[in-house]
Design a protein around this ligand. Structure first.
Ligand code: NAI
Length: 230
């Protein structure tokens, strides 16, 4: 399997979960160190040539990639009047184009094998919205359309495409937020706490299992009730 952004945070927890389950795992990440036992490949998902090289390395080491978790994502938050073109483009390049790049490459070999599991890492704010995240929420909402169109294109080939939509999860991405923002999110979350990276890894494990072969085009919230149907 191949996980993008698997050296840190949610992606790292997914890599560790699947290694523990006995999978051969490649982490394609911009930097950092992969968990012990995973194949680490340096890759910027926004660059199709680097994505091609990452898949080639994973295939050389492990054989065809049957499970793809498109997890790499970034934020460049700002209110719209102050949001620059660079902030908008950077987020769309990684979060949306990056998912397109890996899905296009991944589907190629999955179609040959007539089996595949693709999970895109969305976000509760993709459908719920969030002030200051016009770029980020648009990029995450777009993944729903991508998963559903891919399901229609290649659903007959035994490949599923789903979106996991995490709520507010304790990682380095959220550690930088001011306490009043963190407290505000916790207050809005019926579970009354932030989620853990393991909460997300478990949902990904289910969606990529053989048993989940009839689930495709779905958005699975893992958010303690924050989005409530959005
Ligand atoms: P993180 O910032 O802790 O880790 C992201 C990882 O992706 C890092 O290892 C980073 O090097 C890698 N990465 C960034 N840009 C990349 C690129 N261009 N190519 C390859 N790798 C790249 O983030 P976190 O919190 O683990 O988030 C993972 C995913 O979950 C992201 O897509 C994020 O949008 C999403 N998410 C996170 C939530 C949270 O509360 N932490 C909530 C909802 C969604």
């Amino acid at each position: 399997m191949l996980v993008t952004g698997g050296n840190r945070g949610i992606g790292r927890a997914i890599v560790e979960r699947f290694l523990a389950d006995g999978h051969r795992v490649c982490s394609a990440d911009l930097g950092g160190e992969p968990p012990a036992g995973a194949l680490g490949v340096t890759c910027n998902v926004a660059d199709p040539a680097q994505v091609e090289a990452a898949f080639a390395a994973a295939e050389d080491a492990h054989g065809p990639v049957e499970i793809l978790v498109a997890n790499a994502g970034i934020t460049r938050d700002s209110l719209i009047m102050r949001m620059t073109d660079e902030q908008f483009d950077a987020v769309l390049d990684v979060n949306l184009k990056g998912c397109f790049n890996v899905a296009r490459r991944g589907v190629k070999s999955m179609m040959r094998g007539r089996y595949g599991r693709v999970v895109f890492m969305g976000s509760v704010v993709g459908l719920f919205g969030n002030a200051g995240q016009v770029n980020y929420s648009a990029s995450k909402a777009a993944l729903v359309g991508m998963a559903r169109s891919l399901t229609r294109e290649v659903g007959k080939r035994g490949i599923t495409f789903n979106v996991v939509a995490p709520g507010f999860i304790e990682t380095e991405m959220t550690a930088v937020l001011p306490t009043e923002v963190t407290d505000g999110f916790k207050a809005q979350t019926p579970a009354g706490r932030m989620g853990s990276v393991a909460d997300i890894a478990h949902a990904v494990r289910f969606l990529t299992s053989d048993e989940a072969g009839y689930i495709s085009g779905a958005v699975i919230p893992v958010d303690g009730g924050l989005g409530m149907g959005h």
